[in-house]
Design a protein around this ligand. Sequence first.
Ligand code: PGA
Length: 253
Amino acid sequence: MKRKPFVAGNWKMHNDLGAARELMGGLRGNLPKPLNVDVAVCTPFTLLYPMGKEIDGTDIKLGAQNCHFEPKGAFTGEISAQMLAAAGCTYVIIGHSERRHVFGETGDMLRKKVVAAQECGLHVIYCIGELLEEREANRTEQVVESQLQEALSPDLRTDLLTLAYEPVWAIGTGKTATPDQAQAVHAFVRAKLSGFFGQETAQQLRIQYGGSVKPGNAKTLFECPDVDGGLVGGACLVAEDFVAIISAAQESA
Ligand code: PGA
């Protein structure tokens, strides 16, 4: 049996308060009922409190896009996992390709972030994925395996963990991995997860696909046996599109 799908919207650095409220208004009333998909919106830090109010009483959960690994201290410009939990977050994205490749986050930092987030009760969406040149050099499996190894360990809480496979060449580019390409990497990742957590737990862990997920391609991706929903960037900024993607996940379950 497939796992319950999980669709998270990664707002990145988009939306002011007015646009965010409008977007949430368009989501709230239009989700499938009953909802058999876990749904989260990962907003910029400054929108967490007001969006927490917007989702009150709904099935939508709140997430952040990053956190620091220390609980507090002289870290100008950073936000701790504790602060996110206090702001009402259920989820936090760790290791997004933009954090790795634009902001230079290292495996060591990411491992500490995953641990810190889980210690605060946050559910981690841990992102992995290869660059185009790595795929072309047939190094995809090697890259995602090392990204798993650098941040995961058997003592992590698997009830607070989701993986997101996001090929970097597909993020924000309009190029999507084909269902076959996605399924192949997801199956590989799941096999590696059993090395960390055992086979039974690996079967229960959800692995989202991310990278130009749109209403038109969501269903065929989500129908792959090892794809358990998506991490959605651009398309989550349009309520109608995000609802359509959530509905596709619901239909694929
Ligand atoms: P995209 O972004 O859907 O715009 O490709 C996905 C992501 O970065 O998580």
